[in-house]
Design a protein around this ligand. Structure first.
Ligand code: HEM
Length: 131
């Protein structure tokens, strides 16, 4: 079983809403994103996170090519998102899931997450004009 997916399921089972935790962690490591996202309400933040979760649960990015083309270009042109912001955001998701599942977290989960974040980051940065 995909351990990234499994860890999301464990976090959901214990009822923690990880979205606010993720943004807190993200803004700590990326203060420049605070202003960028200040006009965005919880609804839009939640919608954005749904797509981030979906992409993190994907093992093959080929079917996501069009979506990634669109979203990376849009984030770059409309919001001036920098490549390092993606890396920090995805890592904030990993840390929030880790905190949420606490003692269930293991080195195997960590390895699965680092692999997935690496794959998704490559997909995003390959499409970025700033990377
Ligand atoms: C894999 C990474 C990401 C995905 C899949 C993603 C996806 C999305 C989606 C789907 C929306 C639109 C939500 C809606 O209106 O329904 C959105 C909006 C937005 N995202 Fe992201 N995002 C990602 C990373 C980032 C990063 C790193 C930043 C940096 C701060 C960022 C900043 C924004 C901003 C500023 C909006 C604007 C919303 C608005 O003005 O309406 N995103 N994102």
């Amino acid at each position: 079983m995909d351990l990234v997916l499994k860890s999301f399921e464990l976090a959901a089972e214990n009822g923690t809403d990880i979205t606010p935790l993720i943004y807190d962690k993200y803004f700590e490591t990326s203060p420049e994103s605070v202003g960028l996202m200040s006009h965005i309400d919880d609804l839009v933040r939640g919608k954005m996170m749904e797509e981030v979760f979906r992409l993190l649960m994907v093992e093959d990015y080929q079917p996501e090519a069009e979506y990634l083309n669109f979203e990376v270009k849009n984030h770059e042109l409309a919001y001036n998102v920098e490549p390092n912001m993606y890396i920090k955001l995805l890592d904030a998701v990993r840390l929030a899931v880790k905190d949420a599942i606490a003692s269930d977290w293991s080195i195997e989960y960590d390895e699965a997450w680092r692999g997935r974040i690496g794959d998704l980051t490559n997909e995003i940065l390959n499409r970025s004009n700033k990377a």
